[in-house]
Write a protein that binds this ligand. Structure first.
Ligand code: UDP
Length: 429
């Protein structure tokens, strides 16, 4: 993975700016810590992001924490509660959570200049380290309405961090560390996103036994209640009364999501020859489906960002997305896709898009351009470089000068590297 490969997509000037920003950080040791190498958007992004950070000269590692099923059952409940669900916060589950992270701290010697912790699973790790380097918490979850009791508990850990990154301004919280806004981004060269010829797509879909004789309506998502797979099925069942089409719901197991299997199984009885539900890790199949789909759905009820939206838009496929969270920053209603708030609305948009080829072409062209300008990983890399550069203090740590943790505050909020564009502000209401 090489940042120079992005030149044809982002231009020589942007590329040169990234190299200039990387220069002062040459040789700095960075570690990303998350909960899984496979499954979900965080893992999809951290692989290529850590490669790019190495390519521009930072010594970057990506580590994951280990935990038993009780730990991951609790952290999935935390994920759900951060998105607004209820949670049982007993002393017992808190102990499992904190003890698991203490065990992981014993396993992980961290002598890095920057520590970037992703999502709540490894959040409490910070309790076990005293070396005064910047710790950054990157929360990828939809924080529109976090459960207040849970937030109070997590706040004890969050307040020890030196900076917090959330996805969009709507997720801003009352916390001590300064907050920054980074939207996720895709790797256009990954198996999920790389260009595929028509024959290759045919072959992949045929191998997966997916019929392509009728328009494909696709949702690619972990089997998760917030992705509303039942809502997608209901919308499809309404739409198929008016237009002939095939629905494919594709999800893959994620190591840190213990609920996926049971949600997948709960949907299976609704399968028929035109309604396919597949539970399998297969990036090329994701790619082929997003490319061949007549329309992609991401009918989420909560969505931190929704990388699957950016992935489908990149392929010039119109997306019908839930009018929530990060999806509202990717889809501009009627321009590069549609935003919907109900099953009936989703069904109506499916029918409209399936029937109208000219509309699909117009939406698709705008969709690709949206991602080229805003949602490529080069932009995310640049934002991390901006943030890390703003911690002057690292130099002092390296020179072994005594400093206080409290001083580890980035010097000023970092300007977003994303061009401002009113067209992609979230829609009102
Ligand atoms: N994904 C995949 N196979 C699947 C379902 C999802 O490879 O069957 C990938 C998808 O392509 C995307 C990521 O997992 O890169 C999901 O990220 P997103 O932000 O949409 O959702 P999350 O799972 O993180 O909530």
């Amino acid at each position: 993975m090489n940042i120079n490969e992005y030149e044809t997509l982002i231009g020589a000037e942007t590329l040169e700016r990234i190299w200039q920003k990387a220069k002062p950080l040459t040789g700095r040791q960075v570690v990303h810590i998350s909960s899984t190498y496979y499954g979900g958007g965080v893992a999809a992004m951290l692989g290529p992001l850590s490669l790019l950070m190495n390519d521009v000269g930072l010594h970057t590692e990506w580590r994951t924490i280990q935990g038993n099923p009780d730990f991951f059952a609790f952290t999935k409940a935390v994920h759900n509660a951060l998105q607004g669900a209820e949670i049982q916060l007993t002393d017992h589950v808190k102990w499992i959570y904190e003890q698991t992270n203490r065990d992981n701290a014993v396993r992980n010697q961290l002598n890095h200049d920057f520590v970037i912790v992703h999502d709540p699973q490894p959040l409490s790790l910070i309790q076990s380290y005293s070396r005064p380097v910047p710790w950054i918490w990157r929360c990828h979850i939809d924080l529109t309405a976090p459960n207040p009791l849970l937030w109070e508990y997590l706040g004890g850990f969050i307040d020890r961090y030196n900076a917090v990154i959330v996805t969009i301004p709507e997720y801003t919280q009352k916390i001590r560390p300064p907050q920054f806004y980074f939207m996720p981004a895709i790797d256009p060269f990954s198996l999920t996103n790389v260009d595929l010829g028509a024959e290759h797509i045919d072959h992949i879909l045929e191998s997966a036994r997916i019929p392509t004789d009728k328009p494909l309506v696709v949702q690619v998502s972990r089997f998760d209640r917030w992705k509303d797979p039942q809502g997608v099925i209901d919308a499809f069942k309404i739409a198929r009364r008016d237009v002939e089409c095939t629905l494919v719901l594709l999800g893959a197991p994620a190591a840190d999501d213990p609920e996926g299997q049971s949600i997948y199984e709960s949907l299976l009885s609704q399968q028929d020859e035109r309604l396919l539900i597949i539970n399998r890790e297969d990036s090329l199949l994701v790619n082929a489906l997003q490319r061949r789909a007549t329309v992609v759905l991401q009918k989420s009820l909560r969505e931190g960002f929704g990388l699957t939206v950016a992935e489908a838009l990149w392929k010039g496929t119109p997306v019908i997305g839930g009018n929530v969270g990060g999806i509202r920053y990717q889809i501009r209603d009627g321009v590069n896709g549609f935003l919907v708030s109900s099953v009936a609305e989703a069904a109506g948009r499916i029918i409209q898009v399936v029937r109208d080829q000219a509309l699909r072409e117009r939406l698709g062209a705008a969709a690709h351009e949206t991602v080229r300008r805003k949602f490529l990983l080069s932009r995310s890399l640049e934002q991390y470089l901006d943030l890390l550069n703003s911690f002057e203090i690292v130099v002092q740590v390296r020179e072994n000068r005594e400093i206080e943790r409290a001083m580890l505050v980035p010097d000023a909020p970092v300007e977003s590297a994303v061009p401002t564009d009113a067209a992609l502000a979230p829609v009102a209401g």
